[in-house]
Design a protein around this ligand. Sequence first.
Ligand code: ACO
Length: 467
Amino acid sequence: MAKKSSAPTKTAQKSAPPSGKAKLADLTHVQVEGSAELSYNGKKIALPVMHGTAGQPALDIRPLLPQFGMMTYDPGFGSTANCRSAITFIDGDKGILRHRGYEIADLAERGDFMEVCYLLLHGELPTPIEKAEFEQMIIYHTMLHEQVYPMMEGYRRDAHPMAVMVGIVGGLSAFYHDSLDIADPEQRMLASHRLIAKMPTIAAMSHKYSIGQPYVYPQNHLRYAENFLQMTFSVPAEPYIVNPVLARALDRILILHADHEQNASTSTVRLAGSSGANTYACIAAGIATLWGPLHGGANEAVLQMLAEIGPKKNIPNVIKRAKDKNDDYRLMGFGHRVYKNYDPRAQVMKKTCEEVLKELGINDPMLETAMELERIALSDDYFVEKKLYPNVDFYSGIILRAMGFPTKMFTMLFAVARTAGWIAQWKEMIEDSEQRIGRPRQIYVGETSRKYVPLNQRGAGKLRAVR
Ligand code: ACO
């Protein structure tokens, strides 16, 4: 049971300050206050309680194994804080998402993606000069080494774009030997800028390759989202004029996906980075994790689900299936490990979806099905009791489809946006003096000690056909 300690409040050890100006909020804001006592088999231990600037406190269990001889068991890390972080705050019960203290809705409605990238990386919104410099820096790095193109051509044209992205991004470490030293802050920043800059180029290039069109190079006069649209949709045979409503919508989608604290892919990036792996390799690990249908692959899965549902009259049947304990079926784009309220990103996404469809004059029956599905689910006891609300992916697929992005590219777009968060979190981890190589423990349930049996004494067994 937790009890307040009479010991004076202690601030955790200060980590090395990041390069550049001093930041308002940093990792030193963790306070140690109070302790929780644990007793087992006559042994006792008092575990310190750590408090951040917001959110639930955490038990510092580091003394547990060395002093108490016991581990903790938490599959899926539902109750485990793996790091201290000053980047993103989520209160899932209240539906709050903030980056560096700023509400996600404010950033999405009033800011732009470059500004959010800067904020995640540096801790503050940029001044006009800082922003111009940052954008210039990113634009400068949008081109790919020409040798990357033959790499792309090694893939089958029908390869999933995420397979291509994992390979190419990991492969970038073979091109940029000047930014592999993670101990050097300048090299870290160079790799960060390169990755944010090159992700849309890689995404657009893999699309062009899959449809047999020539690659389109980035244009330095265009802004980030505009350039992405231009590289994805223009062809050399005719001029391409970027639609500002679509560029704004894409920029907003990028903001909404930029970071989401310690989710599966971000934790993977941190874990990979904890071994000292280079930035490109760590981001490739994040891309691989994001690919799964329970994470970034959900936006693709939502469209497949809506297509399968078809007309609204079929909705009660899928609701019934989603509620059936003996059926694995889930409503894609519904539910979240952290949000037990409406995902604040889904609200902005829904509004953006309506704006894009209006601009394009599209009357997509999928939007009607989605809205009806949401309405029915949110009035159903099963979803209400389990606090299952639409998440960020529920409406994003409809917008992206309307904009002309093929379904297979959806998760890749998520990866483009999330690169900003992955990098900010990776950089924070490298600069945190408390971080060690990630190494979870396990409860072993396998065979205990056995004697080795030579091959010729193991019985005949059964011969199985090799396929
Ligand atoms: N449809 C129907 N039932 C659901 C759904 C769903 N989408 N999501 C959760 N449940 C039910 C589960 O069956 C479980 O029921 P039970 O307690 O009776 O066994 C209960 O709600 C809790 O579900 P868990 O899987 O334990 O919740 P968890 O926090 O581990 O999973 C997850 C969260 C993976 C997002 C889950 O809600 C899900 O699979 N959703 C669909 C996929 C999806 O949209 N993923 C995108 C997440 S957002 C992102 O990554 C950007």
